[in-house]
Design a protein around this ligand. Sequence first.
Ligand code: SF4
Length: 164
Amino acid sequence: MTGKILVSACLMGHAVRYDGRSKPLVHPAIDRWREEGRLITICPEMSAGMAVPRPPAEIADGATGEDVLAGTARVMEITGGDVTAEFRQAAENALALATETGCRYALLIDGSPSCGSGFIYDGTFSGGRQNGRGVTAALLKQAGIEVYSDREIDLLVERLKVAD
Ligand code: SF4
């Protein structure tokens, strides 16, 4: 067996989302990976000191996680608070944990301004989606970690069959 998997805490049933809920992913591979000790769980936003519940946040102006990392975009709460620094710290915490624990893969919930990897919201808080990564997903990918969304878990299963 090679490669641990960094996983979004809300996917593992932890009630850490902005709305105080979880979004557990039910899949036989999750149980198997847990038994194998492969899963390293983190909520990046909580690791950066953000509260539960907290106001919903989106990357502003249709920008992406890569833009936030480059310093050209901000992450804003619906209430007007600028949480860019917290989101960058969240991403750095996730990468540090992945590095310490030898994670070569990440399984992250889609749509989040931190964990999204297939889509994120467009910054208008109106439900508009766009292709793109959240801040944590972007930093992990830049570091060479293979990032899969929750909808891509079967792809990760297949990937690990080749890697193991
Ligand atoms: S930062 Fe990631 S793990 Fe934490 S609640 Fe948001 S989507 Fe879930």
